[in-house]
Design a protein around this ligand. Structure first.
Ligand code: PLP
Length: 421
């Protein structure tokens, strides 16, 4: 027996967790491929890629080797006034596969910092271009861009960020609708700074899929007004939508692109904010003070860059976008007959994601809060790690899932909804 949960309860403060109410955390001792192994020997299928990060499967040997080799050669060096092969090579490889027009890679630590860097780049570039009143970004209802202040401001304040509302800068929020976006731009006029969104798939909003047409219309609206489009592909990047990038699938190029989560195959924290040459050049000046004053201690950490390079190689060799498409479609097709079930609404799938909404009975407001922990517990009891977003039950597994494991995930999702009272 493990005493980890008891020791944890004494010293740890977990993210997105109500201590004292929620079930004790799962004591995970090792992971391999799609499997997580608990202290008592129980094995769980990772149905959500450990918060949308794990891309190929856990502890992939090529990634493990890349980490240990790089750690022995060059562990870390500052990235201002120094450079190294893993960072440069990773930038070269990334720029070769992202949508056209992106030509500069700015590294940081995680999805939130990638978004902070994107917002700051755009805002500062407006100052340099002598349009300092362009301060207001337009963002979507339900948007999630991370938990730091700028990222929170860009995200929908509900349900998480109301306590910080008075501290956040102004953002114009619109539904996923081209007319609403155009109207917001027009109303903001010379105050509009740009548009930030999660292309094709809004993750934290509840795995909401948007149309390719909307993405293309948004691109056109930004173009018509000379406004930069920031594509937050922190979750959608690296094959999750069935293409390497959601923007690629939608047939557009953003001006700024945020990458994290799957960048290292989900092994280490690393992020990249990719920008156009035009944006980069707006910072070039004979005055040093016009540089971009942003950088983190571990910017472009060589070990993280090396594992990202190894992950890209595995992605290309295994055609990860196609694998994820196979998995997402597999789960979706096996649940297709639930479409008419009274507790199932909006069964959907995009790339490696399959989801449905659980219909919550009218007038049982308190029911929802009990539903999520119940579903989590039941999923684990049946051997699959799932973490519903409110009443949205979804799967977003790593690319190594076998067809048999796809069936397992789908059958547990089916069980969860068909056994509800
Ligand atoms: C997870 C996520 C972030 C934040 O990334 P962190 O690494 O958790 O800071 C930002 N944007 C999107 C779309 C995400 O899914």
């Amino acid at each position: 027996m493990s005493d980890l949960p008891e020791r944890d309860a004494r010293v740890i403060w977990h993210p997105y967790t109500q201590h004292g109410i929620e079930a004790a955390p799962l004591p995970v001792v090792r992971a391999n491929g799609a499997w997580l192994e608990l202290a008592d020997g129980t094995r769980l299928l990772d149905g959500i890629s450990s918060w949308w990060a794990t891309l190929h499967g856990h502890s992939h040997p090529a990634l493990v080797a890349a980490i240990s080799e790089q750690a022995a050669r060059l562990d870390h060096v500052l990235f201002a006034g120094a450079t190294h092969e893993p960072a440069v090579q990773l930038a070269e490889r990334l720029l070769a596969i992202v949508p056209e027009g992106l030509s500069r890679v700015f590294y940081s630590d995680d999805g939130s910092t990638a978004v902070e860097a994107a917002l700051k780049m755009v805002l500062q570039s407006w100052v340099h271009r002598e349009q300092p009143d362009r301060r207001v970004f337009v963002a979507l209802d339900g948007a999630y861009h991370g938990d730091t202040f700028g990222a929170m401001a860009a995200g929908d304040p509900d349900p998480f960020f109301r306590p910080f509302e008075s501290m956040m800068f102004e953002v114009r929020r619109v539904p996923t609708n081209a007319a609403a976006l155009a109207q917001a731009f027009d109303e903001l006029g010379d105050r509009a700074a740009g548009f930030i969104f999660e292309p094709l798939l809004q993750g934290a909003a509840g795995m909401r899929v948007m149309s390719v047409e909307f993405v293309q219309q948004a691109r056109r609206l930004c173009d018509e007004r000379g406004l930069p489009m920031i594509a937050d592909e922190v979750m959608t990047g690296f094959g999750r939508t069935g293409s390497m990038f959601a923007c690629e699938r939608a047939g557009i190029s953003p001006d700024v692109m945020c990458l994290a989560k799957g960048l290292t195959g989900g092994m280490l924290s690393l992020a990249a904010t990719l920008a156009t040459e035009e944006l980069f050049e707006s910072f070039l000046h004979h005055e040093r003070s016009r540089f971009f004053p942003h950088g983190h201690t571990f910017t472009a950490n060589p070990i993280a860059c090396a594992v990202a390079l190894a992950s890209l190689e595995v992605s290309l060799a295994n055609d990860v976008p196609a694998q994820l498409e196979r998995i997402g479609r597999g789960v979706f097709e096996q649940l297709a007959d639930l479409e008419d079930h009274e507790r199932v609404a909006d069964l959907r799938h995009l790339g490696g994601m399959a989801a449905f909404d659980i219909v919550v009975p009218e007038g049982q407001a308190g029911y929802l809060s009990d539903l999520t922990p119940h579903l989590r517990r039941e999923a684990v009891r049946h051997g699959v790690l799932l973490r519903p977003l409110g009443n949205v039950l979804y799967a977003l597994p790593p690319a190594c899932l076998t067809d048999e494991q796809v069936t397992k995930v789908a059958s547990v999702m089916r069980h969860l909804v068909t056994t509800l009272a």
